[in-house]
Design a binder for this molecule. Sequence first.
Ligand code: PLP
Length: 357
Amino acid sequence: MRPARALIDLQALRHNYQLAREVTGAKALAVIKADAYGHGAVRCAQALEGEADGFAVACIEEALELRAAGIRAPVLLLEGFFEADELALIVEHDFWCVVHSLWQLEAIEQASVAKPLNIWLKLDSGMHRVGLHPDDYQNAYQRLLASGKVAKIVLMSHFARADELDSAASARQVEVFEAAREGLSAQISLRNSPAVLGWPNIPSDWVRPGIMLYGATPFEQQQALAARLQPVMSLESKVICVRELPAGEPVGYGAQFIAPRPMRIGVVAMGYADGYPRQAPTGTPVLVAGQRSQLLGRVSMDMLCIDLTDVPQAGLGSPVELWGKHILASDVAAAAGTIPYQIFCNLRRVPRLYSGS
Ligand SMILES: Cc1ncc(COP(=O)(O)O)c(C=O)c1O
């Protein structure tokens, strides 16, 4: 059997969730959209269901998958509905629903709903992606109340730059939010992972941690609370071939790496078809036989090459960690010019093996 696999540590997932609650003292919706950032939404939801205040997903398809697996906890649709006819299912399955646009508000006003909805009214406080304009916010709130179709409203917004700890942008977004919600007595939800970890003074009755649940830091620099996260996914494989190369010989497609000295090369069963980033350059860290080493040359579809020259204990069959508890996914992502969110979401083909449930 091909040795490439992703080990998912559900105990670490629970640790990270509890950290979000502990440092904020708030209720926390575990953001498990995009198949729990590649970690498997159903398994992650099952592992958290005993303690999570609820879950957040991107769309009704993801929410229905959770209900079909028997998850009864609250599930928030972060983008609400895409078409008004989803409202019947939203009511049937008790999903919580973001309203980010006036067309959604109008659709609710016009719908006949069997039970009142639980709405998270989203303000565009400066990110300028989705969310109501501040000038429309109070009116939208009153219209929702007046519609008679709403049981509860939570006021929410989303940060564009909370991962930049020296930026004033998040504080400005909070000011816009505070002005827009003046006089409304409703619970609020602002903080994503970087705001949970890095912005202790931003209020939130509900926090919405995503990437931190999976144990990856949202920050480029070291950060004290992020250092307490436990990586959840270990992407592992083995050395399937070893070769000795004389100085001057190339490695892999495009001869992107030329051995500067006699070298010992290990070929690992892992490639971009598994989600390992093709952009990762020579020098990207890996762990082989318990020792840090580096990627050499271009990543191919099913294989990649690593340096065994100074790892004498490594050989055919040696275990390799591409990212996990020793090699941080955020470091691999940075080397590849991307973010851990993307390398997790790109995971495919490798079996996911769970522990700690
Ligand atoms: C509205 C909203 N809240 C929370 C999150 C979680 O963000 P993070 O993974 O940075 O914690 C996301 C993710 O994109 C989001 O869109």
